[in-house]
Design a binder for this molecule. Structure first.
Ligand SMILES: *Cc1c(COP(=O)(O)O)cnc(C)c1O
Length: 444
């Protein structure tokens, strides 16, 4: 990094540790009350309600095309599961306490694409399809949206392209849904993307273009190709408000799940949510929604790999997407393929400035140990990236700076009532032979 840039950045001591590949936690000193922070952002709860209503309109189509969503009546939603045995395992293995209760938000088991991307990615494809159908006079909002499954609609959408750059899971969500609707869909896959994801996508009718380079390159080429083609729509993971709002709907859904399980989130019962972060869209959208619904009673932390902490370097330095992990001498390479991003979304970093509580980083070997733990204790399989979500609950009461956070917020006496939710971001579609391979991977 050049001297001029270095002179401008904040949190230099912490970032020196980050540069040395050390595990750290960054606590956000710019955190504000939810009300104050949200008043500075020009999207609102009304926009989330609008996204939720759109997903409800599409439920009949989703139910028809993906019968596995019958249990949720055509909504794509995942279980919220208390994981008592995992809590005991983590407390013993990592010599920590996780005060309160530990739940897992199993977006790993979302229908259709088996990852958190089934929220934002699929939502954006549906919104685009709706926009096109409305524009061309084929649809009224009051119609039964199961007509999207008709041959006429498929034929109509086959004139249009959808393109996206991805490390894997976003491509799966966009690819599968676009292909089912009839679009010509092109997924630009970075070098980190797993072979089985490319194979699955091709089988479902998507065109897959592979790159030797990282995520940023795949996005850059994808965007350029798409912009040059008037029939093509580019799903822009870094800047899309639509995608972001699709993720944000998760907050309304989890509120309903808490209510159904008789769990109260309020001043006396704080909620801690921990989400693995790549470019930031998924965790950012979920965080925005959670802050809208739970206000100051929710505390959101992200987790990133020590070699690809793009959101941490952007937010802690104050430079957002002007800096990449490579600027700090890091490789950007990680076994957590969903988190293998060198430069965070500037849009998301901006929105998170006063909303996010902090970010933990962890070395790659932990994610395989944590994967074995969740399989052995709860019989739930998660992909490596998703297992980073457990690092926050392990470390929250261990790091002096996060303990300090808890204390300063006046939460110490309330922690016995706390609800901790690691957000399991993916895994159910991982093929058995790959699971076996992961289960036998020991990096240390
Ligand atoms: C995409 C992804 C993330 C992170 O989401 P971003 O929007 O890239 O920040 C985390 N875990 C998994 C499994 C993912 O696929």
């Amino acid at each position: 990094m050049n001297q001029e840039l270095w002179n401008q950045i904040h949190c230099k001591d912490l970032l020196k540790k980050v540069s040395n590949g050390k595990e750290v936690v960054w606590v956000n000193e710019n955190l504000e009350t939810a009300q104050s922070a949200l008043s500075k952002i020009d999207i609102s709860l009304k926009d989330i309600d609008d996204a939720e209503a759109r997903l409800a309109r599409f439920a009949p189509f989703i139910l028809k095309s993906f019968p596995e969503t019958a249990g949720e009546k055509g909504l794509i939603e995942s279980p919220l599961t208390e994981i008592r045995k995992m809590k005991a395992q983590l407390e013993g293995e990592y010599k920590t306490t996780i005060p309160g209760r530990l739940f897992l938000k199993q977006d790993s088991h979302l229908a259709i694409s088996g990852s958190v991307k089934a929220r934002g990615g699929i939502y954006e494809v549906l919104k685009h399809a709706e926009d096109l159908a409305l524009e061309h006079g084929m649809l009224k909002e009051e119609d039964d949206y199961s007509i999207f499954a008709s041959d006429g609609f498929k034929k109509f959408f086959s004139q249009f392209k959808i393109q996206v750059g991805s490390t894997g899971n976003l491509g799966m969500s966009i690819g599968i849904m676009s292909a089912v609707l009839g679009f010509h869909v092109i997924v630009h896959m970075s070098a980190d993307a797993k072979q089985w994801k490319k194979d699955l996508l091709r089988k479902r009718g998507a065109e897959v273009i592979e790159y030797d380079d990282d995520y940023s390159k795949a996005v850059e080429v994808g965007r350029k190709n798409s912009d040059a083609d008037p029939t093509s729509y580019f799903v822009d993971d870094e800047n899309s408000v639509t995608l972001f709002l699709g993720y944000a709907v998760a907050a309304k859904r989890i509120k309903a799940q808490f209510d159904a399980q008789g769990i109260v989130i309020d001043e006396e019962h704080p909620l801690f949510v921990y989400i693995p972060c790549g470019v930031g869209g998924a965790p950012g959208g979920v965080t925005f929604g959670l802050k809208q619904i739970f206000g100051d009673n929710v505390h959101v932390f992200y987790e990133e790999p020590t070699q690809a902490p793009c959101m941490l370097v952007g937010m802690a330095s104050g430079m957002q997407n002007k800096v990449s992990v490579q600027d700090f001498g890091l490789t950007g390479q990680t076994h957590a393929d969903g988190l293998a991003v060198g430069r965070a979304s500037g849009f998301v970093g901006g929105v998170m400035t006063h909303l996010l509580s902090g970010i933990f980083t962890l070395e790659d070997y932990h994610i395989y140990d944590l994967m074995r733990d969740i399989v052995n204790t709860e019989d739930i399989f998660l992909e490596p990236s998703a297992c980073a979500s457990f690092w926050g609950p392990i470390q929250l009461m261990k790091y002096p700076s996060t303990k300090d956070y808890v204390e300063k917020m006046g939460l110490l006496p309330k922690m016995k009532n706390a609800i901790h939710v690691p957000w399991a971001t993916g895994g159910s579609l991982v093929p058995q032979e790959i699971r076996d391979e992961y289960m036998h991977t020991h990096l240390k």
